[in-house]
Each structure stands twice: as structure tokens, then as C-alpha cells.
Design a protein around this ligand. Structure first.
Ligand SMILES: [Zn+2]
Length: 454
């Protein structure tokens, strides 16, 4: 860390307090975020943790150096929802998850997110999952019964420390299935048997597949070690998912912690209501980018990203057309302000200080207004907002709205007028095109190219 770098403080769900961030190893700061289950398009609620933790990834890279941060975001490609959807569509699980993951990667790229250092797939970590279960059994924290392996919740005294819920609430929250092979109501599945038609792997307990919670413990262990710095995800994952990840990893390795800082982003609503398919307000990232289903138009990724960052990540967010329009107005203003300035390195102290204070993006955005063009461009890059990419989107959309055939026919007429030295007609056509928003460029070889100006 350079001497002028601000002190990074992060709100830790474990302590319910903002704490100074001290990495285990500043030469390799390690962060894990629960990634998507790839059975369907990612919705805008899924986009929130991806954008929030991308800002944190960028900030950590800025503070510790790009080569000193490892960010792991997994891909869950084995899950009962995946099995059901693949069967419904009559395709293999691999076909479904490959296709869905490809769209997911395109969506998050459009949102301006850097690729994580590693994006492990659950199906490629079955050996680690089996090894973890064996460690838990050996340590007396898990037991095999009837083709299943279960985590023995009462065997862990500190179970529930993250979510701080009373036991009866935890039982309700976990939607506990009463099953004859379970010793305790709260015990959760680490491994379960697969039917012939279901995906399965050979294990000491028969052919089966992992429980969802186990996947994250195995992938974080493989890529970040037994204890790492930051674990993130949506607040809905605190219980039972993160509580169970902690139980598994701590009981397998015997450490006091799985990760030292647990970070959670708040809920997302759409136009003041909980997003749900039945309310008809279920919005995917893909349709926001590529269709006119939300607010009657397409939205560029930069607008979606900025709209998300105008609210502090721990607050609930209301995702609305109005908020998108306001974000777009800011982008338009910045785009004009930055003009042709080439990017200066991010040197905006106020912006950096605000981000270092538990990712206070609303405060950081408010301080942008005091910056000159070069500093503004540098600061926006810290947020992952690329003004050039935004301009290209605007240009592309405007160009689509212009009738390209009409433009080329007018250009031919103008070339003919020029050949006949009819300068008045040539200028008239140039003006007509300018009125359409089309700018001409006469090339040395006698051809004319065009582009759309805003
Ligand atoms: Zn997870």
C-alpha cells in the first residue's frame, strides 16, 4: 500500500460493525463471492452483488496492486433447478449450463465488470467436495446415513454466529425437511444419492451429488485456501447458505474462521415491489440491455451500473425507470464534460476516500461534481464506468435509427454534384445529411465515409 492510500474500512456482518480491513497477506488479497446457478437468465437482482463486488475488486486492485488480488466467483452448474430445467427443455445439463453461462458472461461484461481471477465450476470440484466431507466425518461433524451425508449441526457450538438467529427462527428459515435419515432437524445435506436419470458422481457413499452449500466451501478452499479475507454475496444468503459454508469449512479444517470479513448487499425491488414472475416485474439483465421491455427502450450497461451504485450497497434499492433516466442524465453530462480529454490516472482523493469507507458509492459519486475533466475520467474508471463505451453505445443506437440506404444514396448524389462542380448542390446535400445527424468525411481517395453525431 502506498503511504497516501486511505485506510479501507468494511462493514463486517460477523461483528455487525465497520472494521479496518487487514488482509492476511497484502501480497495476495483473497475474495470469494457466490456466483450464479446457471439455469436461466440472470435477473437484475443478481446483477447487484456482481456490480458491488466488482467495485470492491477494482478498489482492492487500486490499493494493493492488480497482481495482488485474487477474486473467485463460482459457477454453480449442478443443482436440482438445473436438472429440472434441462429435462423440461429436453437438453443435457451441460448444454443448458454452457448456454446460460455464455449469456451470463456477456451480460456482466456489458455491465462493465472485470472478469474475476477464477470462475470455478462446481462440477470440476467434486474431488475437493468428497475430501471435505471425509474431513468433516473424521472430525465428528458429519455422518453418513441411507446414501446421504449430513452435517451434524449440534456438533458445532458456534453454529448461527453469522446470522445470530434463535434456533426456532433458523429452523423455520431453513425450511427444514423432516427425513428419517436425519439425526437432528437442523442437520443439512452435504451429499445426496442420485437417481439413474440424475447427474451423479461415484463417492464412498454411493453415486450421488453435492449439496449446494458444500460447493462454495470446496471451491473457496481450492482457490483461496482454508482461511481467506473477504466473502461476499446478497443478504438473502446469510442464512442458511453462508452459515452452512462457515460450518463446513471451519469444521473440516479446525480454524476459527472461514473468511475474516463477510459482506452482504441489500435487497433489490423493482418499481417499489418485490420482484416476482407473478407480479410481472421480473427483469433480466439481458432484456434490459437488448429489448424494450423496461421503460419502453433499451438501456446501456453503463446506465444500469451507475443506477445501481447511486445507492449504498447495504441499503435496499428500488430499481426504477426514473432512476435509470437520472443515471443516464449524469452520464450524458459527464460525457460532454470529459470531451476529448485522454484519461489521467485516477487521482481523485475524495472519491477514493469515500470508496474506502465501506464502499460509499453515493458519496463518491457526489464528489465527482467537483472534479475537472481529466480527474473525472480517471475517477469514473474506479467505478468501472467507461465513458467511451457509453458513447459508442449511443452512437450505435443513433446510427441504427438513421436509414443507412438513404444516407448512401444522398452521398452518391453529392459525389455526382461535386464531379459536375455543382458546389451549391453538394453543400445542400451535406446540410441535409447534417440535419439527420450524419457527418461526412471526404477521403483522399475520392470516397466519402460517414458517422452519426449526437
Ligand atoms: Zn456460496
Amino acid at each position: 500500500m502506498s503511504s497516501e492510500a486511505p485506510v479501507l474500512k468494511l462493514y463486517n456482518t460477523l461483528s455487525r460493525a465497520k472494521e479496518e480491513f487487514r488482509p492476511l497477506d497484502p501480497a495476495n488479497v483473497r475474495m470469494y463471492v457466490c456466483g450464479p446457478t446457471v439455469y436461466d437468465y440472470a435477473h437484475i437482482g443478481n446483477a447487484r452483488p456482481i456490480i458491488v463486488f466488482d467495485v470492491l475488486f477494482r478498489l482492492l486492485r487500486h490499493l494493493y496492486g492488480a497482481d495482488h488480488v485474487t477474486y473467485v466467483r463460482n459457477i454453480t452448474d449442478v443443482d436440482d433447478k438445473i436438472n429440472a430445467r434441462a429435462a423440461e427443455r429436453g437438453i443435457t445439463i451441460r448444454e443448458l449450463t454452457e448456454g446460460t453461462n455464455k449469456i451470463f458472461q456477456e451480460d456482466v461484461k456489458a455491465l462493465g465488470c472485470l472478469e474475476p481471477s477464477v470462475q470455478p465450476r462446481a462440477t470440476e470440484h467434486i474431488a475437493e467436495m468428497i475430501a471435505l466431507i471425509e474431513k468433516m466425518i473424521a472430525a465428528g461433524h458429519a455422518y453418513a446415513a441411507d446414501g446421504h451425508v449430513l452435517f451434524d449441526v449440534p456438533s458445532m457450538a458456534e453454529y448461527g454466529r453469522l446470522s445470530r438467529r434463535p434456533l426456532d427462527e433458523m429452523i423455520a428459515g431453513a425450511r427444514v425437511d423432516v427425513a428419517p435419515y436425519k439425526r437432528g432437524d437442523m442437520d443439512f445435506v452435504l451429499w445426496k444419492p442420485s437417481k439413474e436419470s440424475e447427474p451423479g458422481w461415484d463417492s464412498p457413499w454411493g453415486r450421488g451429488r453435492p449439496g449446494w452449500h458444500l460447493e462454495c466451501s470446496a471451491m473457496s478452499w481450492k482457490h483461496l485456501g482454508e482461511v481467506f479475507d473477504i466473502h461476499g454475496g446478497g443478504i438473502d444468503l446469510v442464512f442458511p447458505h453462508h452459515e452452512n459454508e462457515i460450518a463446513q469449512t471451519r469444521c473440516a479444517f479446525g480454524h476459527e474462521a472461514m473468511a475474516n470479513y463477510w459482506m452482504h448487499n441489500g435487497f433489490l425491488q423493482v418499481e417499489g415491489e418485490k420482484m416476482s414472475k407473478s407480479l410481472g416485474n421480473f427483469v433480466t439483465i439481458n432484456e434490459l440491455l437488448h429489448t424494450e421491455n423496461f421503460g419502453g427502450r433499451k438501456w446501456p450497461g453503463e446506465v444500469l451500473r451507475l443506477a445501481m451504485l447511486r445507492t449504498h450497497y447495504r441499503q435496499p434499492i428500488d430499481f426504477t425507470v426514473k432512476a435509470l433516466e437520472e443515471a443516464e442524465a449524469s452520464l450524458r453530462k459527464w460525457s460532454a464534460q470529459i470531451g476529448a480529454v485522454s484519461a489521467a490516472p485516477a487521482a481523485a482523493g475524495e472519491v477514493l476516500n469515500a470508496l474506502a469507507d465501506d464502499l460509499n458509492t453515493p458519496l463518491a459519486l457526489a464528489s465527482l461534481h467537483e472534479l475537472d475533466a481529466a480527474a473525472l475520467d480517471g475517477a469514473l474508471k474506479l467505478f468501472g464506468i467507461d465513458i467511451c463505451a457509453y458513447r459508442q453505445w449511443v452512437e450505435g443506437e443513433t446510427k441504427q435509427a438513421v436509414d443507412a440506404e438513404q444516407v448512401s444514396s444522398l452521398i452518391s448524389s453529392r459525389l455526382a454534384a461535386r464531379a459536375a462542380k455543382n458546389w451549391a448542390e453538394s453543400d445542400r446535400i451535406r446540410d441535409e445529411l447534417a440535419a439527420m445527424g450524419v457527418a461526412l468525411k471526404d477521403n483522399k481517395d475520392g470516397t466519402t465515409t460517414w458517422e452519426v453525431k449526437r
